[in-house]
Design a protein. Structure first.
Ligand code: HEA
Ligand code: HEA
Ligand code: CUA
Ligand SMILES: [Cu+2]
Lengths: 294, 377, 559, 205
């Protein structure tokens, strides 16, 4: 333990232990000893700055305090921390029970008092696929409407007008033109909306609704259309000007029907939520890796 | 096994119903509000009159209205549509969340006959429910983003989007008054901005000292006035009348008294106003008036104030047509001889901390200089 | 539950017959995280009273139009000192103080990672705060002008330059906050290191109480945000003392750069003020619902998400400065996104009380009040993030309403909740429930009466930071209401003060675990011994005390 | 025995990170953000805005003569030598430790000397200082803070050297020294950024 001259001692095993004691001694039976160094140091620093707005003399006093604080601090931690031993008595009031020896139970085989909801969910993927499929169906309906009445680019541009406010002033002829920015904007909006709505449907349909078909083919599209109807003046005045509401509802229904179909078909899987992200990323050992688990 | 099945089934069903009711309520409530308040209906429509809560937002006995919900230009009208949308959405969410909270507080409080020891079912969470209440807000936020982006595009001009027939006004913030310059008309005035109705106004906003912010709520949102660079803003007034505004960025002592008055005139009146303003008004006659003019020149007045044809200080408000304005000192007091006397005697009394010094004029000199000032029509 | 033999004396160093000097000496030389934590909380609450009185001066001045209680200069000093105090000398220290006190207890260790640095951090904060307040008497400076700083809590350039502020008051603002900023950085680092390195046996990251997670995230935010403020303040100091021109537009500096730097700090800062509050609520709600927290994992993810997101939204405070439209759009979108993780947290709290068996002790009242009020503030935040609407109401009382709902209804409510919840642990005595409930209801009413009408006056066109307004603008009623609300708040806070004093002297003895709670701090004595635990605990789940209390049905079987 | 299935009782080493190392990493993050602000200011005024206030164009000032190169090389190589020193100390090879540490200190000292020369040239020779122009403002604060950090690191390293010469720097301090060397690496890394912004970007744009 004569650390003072251990630098002459090439025995690294010994020094390893010492290192741990110096740097990470939090489980040793000691607590840091009281010290006046920090307050003196802090006071000095404050005075140092306060000197700027008062008098250089204040700063000078500050420097002296800082020096005293720093030296005091050093002598507190070097060559090793000054600490107080703690008594042997026990200060822990709990006993968290025996070490669990077998693999732990899982919530899916849980007793009544414990639940994770619901035990099985559809694959998240099914929501995405359903959304994309539904989105395609919806787009087809919209394009057909466009092709019959204007050109196929009409619905695309109308959707893009949600962001591109310059379209507000366009006439039908310009809106029938192909525009690359219109295409990408519309695609972006359409894709993200489809996927998100698909996901929500996937979460809701299989478990919550006793009449999923009715919900996805009628209730949801109608609700959605109504909301759109109310807000369209703000969201997309261009669309408001040209839209045909029958076709609009039709396209929503197409979405609901197709997305609902895909979601209903999907298999259910067991929920995996009691695997923590840290475990999934391998940051901490999981029960699988420990050989426990399912 | 059956036991467990039943418990969790019950909780599942209940949890799902929360979610569905939530969604439907947001949808329903939002629907209702959007329909009523949204862009569907133009102002003046009886439905709006009947249902909007604007009643609180108009100032009942106010001489001027500065409510942001009373649009007076196409720009603010555009903004107001978005405002109602976001009002409706947040109001819907508000009702739902607070409703659920209050419901839960009453429904799940511990009753008298609940035994202390018995703990409720330990419910750890639920992936699908959590996914749902992540995605639904994402959808809402997505829609809000799109609406916001399009309104920004419509309302905010960039440097080279100056409308062709626009009238340019250079707005310069000073501590604590506003300077308005009309480069095309060769007019300079202070605190009171005159503009023609129905013609786009192109504002080039800047500051002579610290940051200010130009804000006339009924005509346009605010735009900061920075020293050292120009900000561009545009507005079109739709009705003649007086609009009140105020500096909206803290700029020191008298930030509170840095008011703006916008007078909207019809094209003809505006034309004659501009013509009058472009000419000097310094046509002093009469003994007191001439003496007053001397005083104005003798004391430092002329170093700070410009009077066309007499002095050209730029530090302080241009006084060339002082009496064509209804108020002075940053719009805080009515413009009349008595107030002017009090002001010149000791500005500190009226506007504490302001940048005009008391020049210690004798009562006589004050009388004279004010006699001169009131000729500046 | 196996209760091990009761310890007798709770402290090494303090014997019962200590003179006042020895006791003071004990406190100023302490390196014990619990004492420092209490010092933090106590000084923070003290500054809260000062800041609250400053608010009172403002409300008095604004109670009626064209009022003449204090002049513009005093008023401007009041809101500057009020804002600065509440943010830097109340919010941060109290929250960090609770972190200091609780983190080592919650993760089952004996002290912070760097106990002396911890003490230094506290003293830096305190001296910094005192330096700031010294400006009231000390800043007449060379030119004999002014007293306390009067530039607003975000001190926009170039108002802060020598040209426009000749006395030393701005210097006091810079230096006071600079000094206490160093302290905060030290404490932030200390929290992160403690949490990452000193967890007891079995305390994996995903078993830490949400409160510990929130402090970890806060620590990171402090490490990232405060240095940027420090750098900006140093630049300003250079401008004022060495004549450099970072922020002087007359000399090709940029007033905008200050805003970018300040808000790059400022927005994370407001999350530094709310995330620990989220932590408190996440501890209190489950205990008084008698249920495990709903969706622990998502709660953690949401915290981290909020922290990251908060670094990319700063320019939403600058929508009116004339940024490029595309930048405005970007920052609006980024700001909206924060609603999602925050929503997750709100819904998960609802999920926690859903199906619980709610017990309405005072801490729970505050936690529920927090949820209710914070949602209001959050939703007005969303409205502000809508750029065009922000052009309308930015820098108006609508904003003042927004941030008081999140700061008062959020942070301060959570702080009161936490005080009622952990006071027994810290002092061994309960606060009076009766007084506590009175305080809660009066405060809830008072704060809504104060801050609710501010939204209206903002919409009616009342800018913030004005010391007076004209009588004919329809603002009278709303300001009157706000000021009346202040009186209610004042009374409520008096209740609190009385409650604390009363309970310290003759409060009911608390026992070690008065709320029948589940986290580790309740597994030691109240107040804890200097060394917290002996031996150090060994946990197997997120709720070690649940395991101990229900050996037949422990948590670790399921997590 | 239970090790296979017992995932609850993680062995302590599992999450036992070193306080010193984590603490230093945190300090480095904090400091990086501090420097970031100054680098942003420099980029903003000098590289992006190219403020023209009569101040000198950095192009004319830094002809990238051998001094800047040599100083940078000194600083960068000192990062290597400090590693050798730390390794030596961990092995208990105290003589080697001292020599490597000495070289490090010398290299750092050379860097500071070069900075000082440059400053003397700018202030004394060209009359440029913080208050003369935007360039002075940004340059002196950024480079100054970096130099300040180098000095701080140098002081710490020299102290270690002195202690070691006095025989008061035992092997058990190896981890502390390693942590200190991280700080030194950080100071070097900052120089990479400073060098790029100040000397490369502006001079070659
Ligand atoms: C604790 C502090 C705190 C917190 C948490 C917040 C949270 C938020 N703030 Fe606030 N803010 C301040 C403190 C805070 N703020 C302060 C002090 C100022 C003024 C500074 C000054 O100028 O002096 C300010 C100013 C401010 C502005 C600038 C206004 C201006 O000056 O013009 C903006 C603009 O975007 C804003 C937005 C937001 C948003 C979007 C949130 C979001 O984080 C809110 C998220 C929460 C919710 C949305 C509610 C819960 C969510 C749900 C129920 C889910 C469903 C919701 C949706 C789908 C929308 N804040
Ligand atoms: C955590 C933050 C926080 C808190 C808690 C508060 C609390 C309060 N705030 Fe403040 N406020 C801010 C943060 C906060 N504020 C910020 C950041 C600003 C912006 C500043 C700026 O613009 O620069 C601001 C600005 C601000 C303004 C706008 C000023 C302006 O723009 O002109 C107003 C106006 O009414 C106001 C009022 C209040 C009131 C009435 C309270 C009340 O809730 C206060 C309640 C407290 C009490 C009632 C204390 C009671 C005291 C006692 C009981 C003492 C008795 C004891 C003794 C005598 C020893 N605040
Ligand atoms: Cu100008 Cu406020
Ligand atoms: Cu913000």
């Amino acid at each position: 333990m004569n650390a003072q001259d251990s630098h002459q001692d090439p025995d690294s095993a010994q020094s390893e232990v010492e290192t741990v004691r110096v740097m990470g001694a939090h489980d040793a039976n000691v607590i840091p000893a009281p010290t006046s160094a920090p307050i003196i140091f802090a006071f000095g620093t404050t005075l140092l700055f306060a000197g700027l707005v008062t008098n250089w003399f204040v700063s000078a006093v500050g420097v002296v305090c800082i020096a005293k604080g720093v030296l005091g601090w050093w002598s507190d931690v070097l060559p090793r921390e000054s600490v107080e031993e703690i008594p042997e008595e026990s200060y822990l009031l709990i006993d968290t029970g025996p070490e669990p020896h077998e693999a732990s139970k899982h919530l899916d085989s849980a007793t009544p008092g414990r639940v994770v909801l619901p035990i099985e969910i559809p694959r998240i993927r099914s929501g995405i696929i359903g959304g994309l499929a539904g989105g395609t169906a919806m787009a087809v309906v919209a394009l057909v409407w466009g092709a019959i009445n204007f050109s196929v680019w009409m619905p695309v541009n109308l959707l893009a007008a949600m962001v591109l406010s310059s379209y507000d002033t366009f006439d039908a002829a310009s809106l029938e033109q192909f525009s690359i920015s219109g295409l990408f904007t519309a695609l972006g909006i359409h894709l993200s909306m489809s996927v998100m709505v698909g996901l929500v449907l996937a979460m809701i349909l299989p478990m919550a609704i006793n009449f999923p078909r009715v919900f996805s083919i009628i209730v949801a599209p109608v609700t959605w259309s109504l909301v759109t109807y109310a807000a369209i003046g703000v969201l997309d005045p261009t669309l408001e000007r040209w839209v045909n509401w029958y076709w609009f509802v039709g396209s929503q229904v197409a979405f609901g029907a197709v997305a609902g179909f895909f979601i209903a078909r999907s298999e259910r899987i067991q929920t995996i939520q009691y695997l923590t992200p840290a475990e999934r990323l391998g940051l901490e050992r999981s029960r699988e890796q420990d050989g426990g688990g399912r | 096994m059956t036991e467990r099945g039943r418990t969790s089934d019950k909780v599942i069903t209940r949890a799902w119903w929360i979610l569905i009711v939530t969604t439907v309520m947001v949808g329903g409530l939002g629907l209702f509000l959007m329909y009523i308040l949204g862009g569907q209906i133009e102002v003046g429509d009886p439905i709006v009159e009947r249902f909007t809560p604007t009643d609180i937002f108009v100032q009942p006995d106010a001489e001027w209205n500065t409510s942001v919900l009373e649009p007076g230009s196409p720009e603010t009208r555009e903004i107001r549509k978005l405002t109602w949308l976001v009002f409706a959405i947040t109001a819907g969410i508000f009702v739902v969340v607070e409703g659920l909270l209050i419901y839960a507080i009453f429904r799940y409080r511990r009753r008298k006959n609940d035994s202390e020891a018995k703990d409720p079912v330990q419910l750890y969470g639920s992936n699908p429910v959590e996914i749902a209440w992540t995605i639904i807000p994402i959808i809402i936020v997505f829609v809000l983003c799109l609406a916001t982006i399009r309104t920004i595009q419509t309302v905010q001009p960039t440097k080279n989007e100056r409308p062709e027939n626009a009238l340019t006004v250079e707005v310069i913030g000073h501590r604590w008054w506003w300077e308005f310059r009309y480069p095309e008309l060769d007019v300079v005035t202070a605190n009171e901005m005159f503009i023609p109705v129905d013609r786009p106004i192109w504002l080039e906003i800047s500051s002579a000292d610290v940051i200010h912010s130009f804000w006339v709520p009924e005509l346009q949102g605010k735009m900061d006035a920075f020293p050292g660079h120009l900000n561009y803003w545009k507005l079109t007034a739709e009705e003649e009348g007086t609009y009140l505004g105020q500096c909206a960025e803290y700029c020191g002592n008298q930030h509170a008294n840095m008011l703006i008055r916008v007078e909207v005139l019809d094209a003809l009146d505006f034309g004659s106003w501009a013509k009058r303003q472009a000419q000097p008004a310094d046509v002093a006659t009469g003994k007191d008036v001439l003496l007053g003019r001397e005083v104005f020149l003798k004391y430092a007045c002329q170093n700070c104030h410009a009077v066309a044809g007499l002095s050209n200080g730029t530090y302080a408000p241009d006084l060339t047509h002082l009496m064509s304005r209804v108020t002075f000192a940053g719009g805080m007091i009515p413009n009349n001889a008595d107030n002017l006397k009090a002001w010149i005697d000791d500005p500190e009394q009226i506007k504490p901390g302001c940048d005009m010094p008391a020049l210690k004029l004798s009562t006589e000199e004050i009388e004279q200089v004010v006699a001169y000032l009131v000729t500046l029509k | 539950m196996t209760v091990l033999p009761k310890p007798t004396s709770a402290s090494l160093s303090s014997s019962p017959q200590q003179g006042i000097l020895e006791r003071v000496h004990d406190w100023v030389t302490t390196a014990d995280h619990k004492k420092l934590g209490m010092l933090y909380i106590f000084s923070g609450l003290f500054f809260f009273l000062i800041g609250g009185i400053e608010a009172g001066v403002m409300r008095w001045q604004l109670v009626s139009p064209a009022n003449d209680v204090v002049g513009p200069i005093t008023f401007n000093q009041m809101f500057t000192m009020h804002g600065t105090t509440m943010v830097f000398l109340v919010g941060m220290p109290v929250l960090l103080g609770f972190g200091n006190y609780l983190i080592p207890l919650m993760i089952g260790t004996r002290d912070m990672a760097f106990p002396r640095l911890n003490a230094w951090g506290f003293w830096m904060f305190l001296f910094g705060g005192l330096l700031l307040y010294f400006s009231f008497i000390g800043s007449s400076g060379l030119f004999g002008t002014k007293g306390a700083p009067d530039v607003g809590w975000f001190a926009y350039a170039p108002l802060t330059s020598r040209t426009f502020n000749r006395g030393n008051n701005v210097d006091y603002w810079i230096l006071g906050i600079l000094v206490s900023g160093f302290g905060s950085m030290a404490t932030g680092i200390n929290l992160v290191v403690t949490i990452l390195c000193l967890r007891c046996k079995g305390m994996t990251l995903m078993r830490m109480p949400i409160m510990v997670w929130s402090m970890l995230v806060t620590g990171f935010l402090v490490m990232i945000a405060i240095p940027v403020l420090t750098a900006a303040q140093v630049m300003l100091l250079f401008d004022r003392f060495l004549g450099s021109h970072f922020f002087d537009p007359q000399l090709d500096g940029s007033a905008l750069l200050w805003q970018h730097l300040f808000w790059f700090f400022g927005h994370p800062e407001v999350y530094i003020l709310i995330i620990p509050a989220f932590g408190f609520v996440s501890e209190i709600v489950p205990v008084f619902s008698r249920k495990v927290i709903f969706g622990y994992t998502m709660m953690v993810i949401a915290l981290v998400w909020i922290a990251f997101q908060s670094m990319s939204v700063w320019a939403h405070h600058m929508f009116a400065v004339g940024l490029d439209p595309s930048l405005n759009a970007f920052f609006a979108a980024s700001t909206f996104l924060i609603a999602i993780p925050t929503g997750i947290k709100v819904f998960n709290w609802l999920g926690t009380i859903w199906g619980g068996r709610l017990v309405f002790h005072t801490p729970m009242l505050y936690a529920l009040g927090f949820i209710g009020m914070f949602v209001i503030g959050g939703l007005t935040g969303i409205m502000l993030a809508t750029v065009p609407f922000d052009w309308d109401v930015s820098d108006s009382y609508f904003v003042v309403g927004h941030f008081h709902y999140v700061l008062f209804g959020g942070t301060i409510f959570a702080i009161f909740g936490a005080t009622f919840y952990w006071f027994p642990k810290m002092t061994g005595r309960m606060l009076s429930e009766r007084l506590g409930k009175w305080q809660f209801w009066i405060l809830l009413f008072g704060m809504n009466l104060t801050f609710g009408p501010m939204h209206v006056s903002g919409i009616l066109g009342m800018p913030r930071r004005i010391y007076t307004y004209a009588p004919d603008r329809g603002l009278d009623l709303w300001n009157m209401l706000s000021s009346i609300g202040y009186v209610f708040q004042f009374i409520a806070i008096l209740f609190f003060g009385w409650n604390v004093v009363q309970s310290l002297i003759k409060g009911r003895k608390a026992g070690n675990d008065p709320w029948d709670a589940w986290t580790l701090e309740w597994a030691t004595t109240s107040p804890p011994a200097d060394w917290n635990f002996n031996p150090l605990p060994d946990v197997k789940s997120r709720r070690p005390l649940w395991d101990a209390k229900h050996p037949e049905d422990p948590d670790y079987e399921y997590e | 025995m239970a090790n296979q299935t017992d995932h609850h009782a993680l062995p302590r080493e599992e999450h036992h990170l070193s306080k010193g190392k984590v603490g230093m990493s945190c300090l480095i993050i904090t400091e990086s953000f501090f420097f970031m602000a100054f680098i942003v200011a420099y980029l903003y005024y000098i590289v992006i805005m190219q403020v023209d206030d009569g101040g000198p164009d950095p192009k004319d000032l830094f002809y990238l003569d051998w001094m800047v190169y040599v100083a940078s090389i000194c600083l960068f190589s000192s990062s290597a030598t400090v590693v050798f020193a730390a390794k030596a100390l961990a092995r208990g090879a105290h003589d080697k430790f001292r020599s490597w540490l000495f070289i490090t200190v010398v290299l750092g000292g050379l860097f500071i000397a070069a900075t000082a020369m440059e400053w003397i040239g700018l202030i004394g020779g060209k009359g440029i200082w913080m208050d003369t122009c935007s360039f002075g403002t940004c340059f002196f604060s950024l480079v100054g803070f970096h130099a300040f950090h180098v000095c701080f690191g140098l002081t710490a390293l020299s102290l270690c050297l002195v202690l070691s010469l006095l025989g008061k720097f035992p092997t058990m301090q190896a981890e502390r020294f390693e942590v200190l060397s991280w700080y030194w690496h950080f100071v070097d890394t900052v120089w990479i950024f400073v060098f790029t912004t100040v000397y490369i970007l502006r001079v070659y744009t």
